[in-house]
Design a protein around this ligand. Sequence first.
Ligand SMILES: [Zn+2]
Length: 291
Amino acid sequence: MPDKLQRFLIDNTNVRGELVQLEQAWQMMQATADYPAPIRKVLGEALTAISLLATTLKFNGSLILQIHATAPVHMLVVQATSDHTVRGLARWNEDIPDNADFQDLFREGRIIISVEPKGGGERYQSIVELQGNSLADSLARYFEQSEQLPTRLWLVADEQKATGLLLQRLPETDSLETNDDNWERALALSSTITDEELLTLEMETILKRLYHEEELRVFEQEEITFKCQCSQQKIEKMVISLGVDEAEDIIAKHGSIDVDCEFCNSHYMINKVDVKRLFSETNTPPTNSIH
Ligand SMILES: [Zn+2]
């Protein structure tokens, strides 16, 4: 069963929402490293958050959420594309105690959210300090401070599943009866959800449980899959950027240029013949361009 994302609207209000449950994608992502439990929790929450947030944007490309800190988790990155694929990883440099909380994991942490349009183009990036004692907290404050639409997230992850709920207050229009009450009411209803419920109940049941008194408009479910964006072509591009001297030097020393993708553990090998081909290709003008 592929993972699903469910969008919904609370009718006659300017409040929209999304619910996502990741099981397959989340487990495939965990398989690439042996994550200590506290890191696994935040990574699962981050994966859920990026899946939800990517759906709110109108763009073709990737949305990336990174947390950079001095220690012990120096980097956590999750990425979602407009094609509904996700990937992510975390790297740490100290032992992580089982009871480490969000603040313990990221000393002097910062969240970087960036949008990468497909095929190049201008990147948009925003950076905020980590605040509060959860990722959802930090993101809520990010939305408060930035000029983005007010947005709240409920995120939870265990070894099996990563689930999240997002509520967003849309800009007010004349046709909608909009007031603070609608938003506050939706927030209050959503806040009654427990981590246990998010992890164990079906999506339909969660929506019924939270919004049975509202008029809910649900859209067709969307599938989310784990898929890496690494490719032989990208690795070859990287080798070209090394320059012919360095590439030949590595081949002379090691026999081949070996690259492992940290996101999916794929292994790429560039040999002597490849290097010859790559650098002769770069010397001749391309007959067609690839985007
Ligand atoms: Zn990969």
